[in-house]
Design a binder for this molecule. Structure first.
Ligand SMILES: Cc1ncc(COP(=O)(O)O)c(C=O)c1O
Length: 408
């Protein structure tokens, strides 16, 4: 992977095994894991209920290409959590996003999508677009794009209502694909009223709203959507929902379901551009059911969010003690610090607060003291297996790092 060649220290940690919030490398070092597979293992590594379900299901069939009763249970549970009545499954959040975008184009008959500057939604061609001097450009480092993303995509800054309304008014946007808070360029939280404006602007211009909860599930059992009462037309989620077994889902409203039925004749339903042979395989669904029933529960989120608060308070204390021009942001059980004094309001502001050298220093300093942060973020995620002692160890190491930096 391209990011491994940029790893602080010259080569990535090679993993031997992991359990709960702990990871061991092939040299026998143990780490407190705040990366947690970049959210894929937000459940903690190999949680017992998921391991049991996978072992039992593996003996009874792995992939059948047929619906199973677990699919019904999971669909109902996702409906309860996110308040959307219809669900389909995919294997990755990338695919869930691709399929949701395709459905949006199919039912609106419009060609473009709109995303926020510095968003990330997986390897979805349309999303590798950025704003440069007010124009849509290809995101640097995009490998082999099929067409210039300016042809497929409109881009606005997060929290910029005026730009959003202006771009949607052009009438060619099938959907807005939105993380409810940006999480892939630091954490950028929405300003008060932003989500109301987004919903209003999408509704009044006929664009569908897809909310990508793949990372923002950290806000609670029903993600940001449930915690803050959002009303998306479609919602996508992947990564941790099956404890790291490949699984993803995309849900949609009754209105979208009706329009999909009208737009896609039954005889052509097998052609399409959505789905996949292994999608909704029974192993993934068994793992998803166990994860939602017994791992990422309401009670688990209460504990995880309290740990997130403790982590945030520890980092803030260190920033204050050393008078560093940095800040820390938290969304539920996800915390990130960034090297600029104020929280960013847009992706561009957050990107400007990055510092590659400081990043590498902190990551390597932490790694050498038994702490794994998420590569290329100063991001930490709390799992049900994370402890207060784990959090306090990070605060201690972060404090030592700050002390050395300030005295250097
Ligand atoms: C918000 C968001 N959506 C989708 C994805 C894609 O997930 P995956 O790589 O598992 O397909 C990511 C990956 O980081 C993400 O952060």
């Amino acid at each position: 992977m391209h990011w491994m060649v940029r790893w602080a220290g010259g080569f990535p940690v090679f993993a031997a095994d992991a359990e709960g919030a702990r990871l061991r490398d092939v040299d026998g070092h143990e780490y407190v894991d705040f990366c947690l597979g970049d959210t894929g293992a937000m459940t903690g590594h190999s949680p017992e209920p998921a391991v049991r379900a996978v072992a039992e299901q593996a003996r009874r069939g792995i992939t059948l290409m047929l619906p199973s009763e677990d699919a019904l249970w999971v669909g109902e549970e996702l409906s309860r959590r996110f308040r959307l009545p219809f669900w389909q499954f995919a294997l990755t959040a990338t695919d869930a996003n691709r399929f949701a975008i395709r459905l949006a184009r199919a039912v609106t008959g419009r060609p473009k999508i709109l995303v926020f500057n510095w968003c990330y939604h997986g390897t979805v061609d349309e999303t590798f677009a950025t704003l440069l001097d007010g124009r849509v450009r290809e995101r640097e480092g995009n490998v082999g794009p099929p067409v210039d993303p300016a042809e497929t995509t409109r881009v606005v800054e997060f929290n910029d209502v005026e730009a959003l309304e202006r771009e949607l008014a052009r009438g060619d946007v099938a959907c807005v694909l939105a993380e409810p808070a940006l999480t892939n360029i630091g954490i950028v939280l929405p300003q008060p009223g932003y989500h109301d404006a987004l919903r209003e602007a999408t509704r009044s211009t006929g664009a569908l709203l897809i909310v990508d909860e793949t990372h923002t599930i950290c806000a609670g059992p029903g993600g940001y959507t449930r915690a803050y009462g959002l009303e998306p037309d479609l919602l996508t989620i992947g990564k941790p929902i099956a404890s790291g077994i490949p699984a993803a889902a995309y849900g949609f409203s009754q209105d979208v379901a009706d329009r999909v039925r009208d737009a896609i004749p039954d005889d052509e339903a097998d052609v399409g551009g959505i789905g996949g042979t292994l999608a909704a395989n029974v192993l993934s669904l068994a793992a998803t059911r166990a994860t939602l029933a017994d791992v990422l529960t309401d009670e688990a989120f209460e504990r995880m969010i309290a740990l997130g608060e403790r982590f945030e308070a520890g980092v803030q204390r260190v920033i204050d003690d050393h008078a560093l021009p940095w800040h820390v942001v938290r969304l539920g059980c996800r915390v990130e610090y960034l090297f600029r004094p104020e929280p960013a309001r847009t992706g561009a502001e957050a990107a400007a607060g990055g510092d590659a050298e400081l990043d590498r220093f902190i990551h390597l300093y932490a790694l050498n003291r038994g702490i794994l942060l998420t590569p290329f973020h100063n991001m930490a995620l709390m799992s049900p297996a994370t402890t207060e002692a784990d959090v306090d160890r990070h605060t201690e190491v972060f404090d030592e790092a700050a002390r050395e930096l300030v005295s250097a």
